[in-house]
Design a protein around this ligand. Sequence first.
Ligand code: SF4
Length: 299
Amino acid sequence: MRFDRFSSPLGQPYIAEIEEVPLYHYLPGDSALVLEIPGCPLSCPYCDRPLLARSRDWSPYDPVRLAAAVNKLGSETRFAGVVWSGAEPSLHWDNVVECSRDVHKAGKRVVVATNGGLTADLLHDSPETVDALLVRFKGFTNETYRALGSPAGVLENSRILVERAIDAGIHVELMLDIARDTPAQEQEFSAMLAWIAQDLRRGTPLHLRAIAPEHGFTINHGPAMPFLERLVESARKQHVGFIYLSNCHGHFLNNTMCPNCYSVVVDRTAHPPDLSFVTDGNCAQCGTDLGLTLDKEAL
Ligand code: SF4
């Protein structure tokens, strides 16, 4: 299905699988309409969307046209709703809220992927707008954020946003950029893990995003990535998880393993993901709750 452009000329809305956001524990196997919003308060040297991130070109999405598109797509099976992504959706939050109202009226879900611009206050002031959040972390120290040209307070804002969103019953997944295989990077990962274990639900999914070597960083993509694999193993030993290598496509560490009996319960080397070892959101082997939100159409 093609869509007319209904925002800035930087890109067309497009259909993607929800795993591409990435969200792995929310409506696995569903698709969604991705709407991008230009502008970003950060200046990561490894940005993979530099045109979008630096653009000031903006015209609001038209709620009427968006609702028509969602209604049309809604007749297809396993269509979840919309994903607001970018760059940074919070920069045009009023438009996101206005359009999302119509998405909900059509019986569909709203996902927001933020780089830290969305605050707990904005979320609180727009109740029932967001069903699921992906919060992207660039690191887990203020020094890392400063080095990326971030305004002060983005890390703290992101932490508070995640805690409040979970308290409000919103589905939350996290992402952490991994740019180097250094002890400092490992310490940031450990600090994030401790936060998940102490202050969040231990089963909050965390996606590690390996930054590509063409940007001059030291992690190489490929079947053998000992540093990243070691990070995942250390999380499993601490019984904190689920941790994924979601931009390393086809890697077995993108499968969901039951944290209790270690069975593979969601096989993401299959397409669409194979959920045959999940029963009512629980591990079919041992009955452990996997924290999955499933689409009723998939059951
Ligand atoms: S936060 Fe994302 S979009 Fe913004 S500059 Fe960094 S990589 Fe680019």
